[in-house]
Structure formats: C-alpha cells, structure tokens
Design a protein around this ligand. Structure first.
Ligand SMILES: [Zn+2]
Length: 147
C-alpha cells in the first residue's frame, strides 16, 4: 500500500522551544524568512549551532553577535533517509544534507525540491537557498532548495 505524502509540509520533527539554547535571534529571523547566524566579534567568524562561546580553536570569546546571512550555500554531502522515527516516518523517503553556507558554516538540514527516488539527480556542490516551513504561528523551520 502506498501512502500519500503531504507535499506542502517539509518539517516533520518536534516543535522547538525558541526560548532555549540562546537562539532567540535565529527564530526571530526565521519568522521573517531570514537566516540569522551567530558570529564571533573577536575572530569575526560565523558558527552554527548557536552557543554562548565562540567554538573556534584559540578564540573562545564570549563576545557573540548575530548577523543576517545570505541564505545561500552549497551541498557538501547528502543522504536519502528511508527509515525515520516519530513524525518523520510519514516523510520517508526524504533527503538530508550538510549545507556549507556562504558564511563558511556547515548546517544539517533537509533539501525539499529534490527527488529522493533518484539520488543520481542530486549533485554535491549544487547551489541551494534557504526556505522556511511554518510549523506553528511563531515557529518557522529552515530547509533548503536547490536553485
Ligand atoms: Zn571567535
């Protein structure tokens, strides 16, 4: 029996709490379809996931600012997910990927506009752009699309 996939929905995971993890700026940006990234004010490097301390070796500054990112990147690598738990079960098969953003940050995410049944059509190095899926009134989850 083939289950019909809901093609409007991209994110099938639990709803995150935007007040946790020092990531308020990230979630506020997501509401406006803007990728906000933490940046170290000392070494001037972006990083992800959000932290209260710069993760770059030899820096570890606590002087962190948030800046608007380009929302553009490239596929570093990807995988087709055929088995998933919880809400993601209804999404299989789907494509997850590590995205290298123009700010030199690597993010794990979902790529929405590719065919998981045809992995050869998905190319490492492809340009991608970020989109946001409205999960709840105030929660927008990022995903990426090949451009
Ligand atoms: Zn730093």
């Amino acid at each position: 029996m083939t289950k019909e996939k809901n093609t409007d929905k991209v994110y099938f995971g639990p709803t995150p709490d935007p007040d946790l993890l020092n990531a308020k700026e990230f979630w506020e940006g997501a509401k406006k379809n803007i990728l906000m990234l933490p940046k170290c004010n000392k070494c001037k490097k972006f990083f992800f996931y959000p932290r209260i301390i710069c993760p770059k070796e030899g820096c570890h500054s606590r002087d962190i600012v948030w800046e608007k990112a380009s929302g553009k990147g490239k596929i570093y690598t990807f995988a087709i997910q055929h088995i998933a738990t919880d809400g993601w079960k209804e999404a299989v098969p789907f494509v997850t990927a590590f995205i290298d953003t123009e700010e030199n940050v690597r993010m794990l995410s979902v790529i929405a506009n590719v065919n998981p049944e045809d992995p050869d059509s998905i190319k490492i190095g492809s340009n991608v752009t970020i989109k946001f899926d409205k999960v709840e009134d105030d929660i927008f989850m990022p995903y990426w699309e090949v451009v």
